[in-house]
Design a protein. Structure first.
Length: 440
């Protein structure tokens, strides 16, 4: 199969399978998980960044504004205006030397589920290689820190089940992530995977069918056993308990410390199930709809989105919780429905969180930054009438990749956090959605 992918106006022709680095989802039309439906072509746009941008950002006519630090009672500001009008001309290509690889969802949308082929590429858009097509179309794809495996969500054919699968970079070795805990309990709607920097922990959203969960919860699974975990619990070898013989003599099979003439009651220890060993449900039962979990690089905390309106409370916010069973989440944004947050992503040093957010009744998102303690919320990317969504940090923490429909359809972009310079990674005839920026 020959696949041609254009990135930054450069044509790459590859035969699959190939080792991949960046994964992108390409699709025509709307795509699930984008924080809203695809927006119409923008007529006006403005860029708001955390620092004064270089004159080379987008075009000379671009108006950039510095967003000052916002107080805790921050409320949505009016839309900015600008003379910049998207023309379809791609922005400059990303600078050389960017590390890691991009996972992109990329290709024509041919099914109602909106799952797309997986593509991996360099951060500058070069060496784009198709990793998976039917039946391996998917969503929420991530490249593990070992640089050898990909985990993504897919739709199980014929069943309609949304599950998570692991594959090698050469598209071989497909196996279910649920194998780690023996599929007990059975989890449905498994999606939005996130991995710790050491590759040992995977956070994801799912719904426990047996526990009668009304809404999805956040789970964390130990990934160290993904490729070695047995299909059934390991039963320890059976040993004979001490058997007392005639009183006052000795105890058969007794350990050296046994007291002569006494009876010893053996201790029976139950073997924990695979789920008890490897799977943790972080969010309490039915606190609301929980989505977009992102585990911190150090594996100690998870930031996620909870829609408490499902249970008659405020609305949709970012929450932070330790990786522990039935933790007590802390509300980070707490804006009482002023914004709908989504797709949080940790900075490599675990000090900041990037996320997308939209105003009420809007299908367009902006990209924001916030400290891990919920302070210093500020706007990183804003363009009028444009959807900017699903941010991902570069391995060095200096850039953020994201998806935007500023050119009338979704493409992948990278912004320099300090200067505000924006670069375009993909530019072709299909929709591209950034799913991950891996360090390998």
């Amino acid at each position: 199969m020959t696949v041609s992918i254009t990135a930054n106006n450069r044509l790459f022709t590859r035969r699959t399978p190939h080792i991949a680095w960046i994964i992108v989802l390409f699709a025509v039309g709307q795509s699930a998980g984008c924080g809203g439906n695809a927006a119409p072509a923008a007529t006006q746009a403005a860029v708001s960044v955390a620092a004064t941008p270089s004159p080379l950002v987008e075009t000379a006519a671009t108006t950039a504004k510095v967003q000052s630090t916002l107080p805790p009672s921050w409320t949505p500001a009016p839309s900015l205006t600008s003379a910049f009008v998207p023309t379809g001309t791609p922005l400059a290509a990303p600078p050389a030397g960017l590390t890691g690889h991009l996972m992109v969802l990329s290709g024509e949308q041919i099914t109602d589920d909106r799952f797309l082929p997986l593509v991996i590429m360099n951060p500058d858009g070069s060496n784009a290689q198709l990793l998976a097509t039917d039946p391996n179309r998917g969503e929420y794809a991530i490249l593990l820190p070992d640089g050898k495996h990909i985990i993504y969500t897919y739709l199980a054919g014929g069943t309609g089940s949304v599950l998570m699968r692991s594959i090698n970079l050469n598209v071989s070795g497909a196996q279910e992530v649920s194998r780690v805990w023996g599929s007990a309990p059975p989890l449905a709607q498994m999606r939005m995977a996130s991995v710790s920097s050491d590759g040992k922990l995977l956070a994801f959203a799912a719904q426990n069918i047996l526990a009668n969960e009304q809404y999805s919860a956040v789970y964390v699974v130990k990934l160290s056993t993904l490729y070695t975990a047995p299909d059934t619990p390991t039963v320890p070898a059976t040993t004979k308990p001490p058997v007392p013989t005639k009183a006052g003599t000795r105890i058969a099979n007794a350990p050296p410390t046994a007291v002569q003439g006494s009876l010893i009651t053996p201790t029976i220890t139950a073997t924990p199930s695979l789920a008890e060993q490897y799977l943790t449900r972080v969010t309490p039962l039915n606190i609301g709809e929980n989505n977009w979990p992102a585990i911190s690089p150090d594996g100690k905390n998870v930031v996620f989105v909870t829609d408490t309106s499902k249970v008659g409370k405020d609305g949709i916010d970012l929450y932070l919780a330790p990786v522990a069973a039935n933790s007590k989440p802390i509300n980070l944004t707490n804006d009482a429905g002023a914004f709908t947050e989504g797709a949080p992503a940790w900075s490599p040093d675990s000090k900041q969180i990037a996320f997308m957010a939209s105003a009420p009744n809007s299908q367009n998102n902006d990209i924001f930054l916030i400290n891990a303690d919920g302070s210093n919320r500020r706007t990183l990317v804003h363009i009028d009438n444009t959807n900017n969504f699903r941010p991902h940090w570069s391995p060095d923490g200096k850039y953020i990749g994201f998806t935007s429909d500023r050119s009338s359809k979704s493409e992948v972009y990278i912004i320099d956090i300090s200067s505000g310079m924006t670069y375009q990674v993909t530019h072709n005839d299909v929709v591209n959605i950034l799913s991950d920026w891996s360090k390998q």
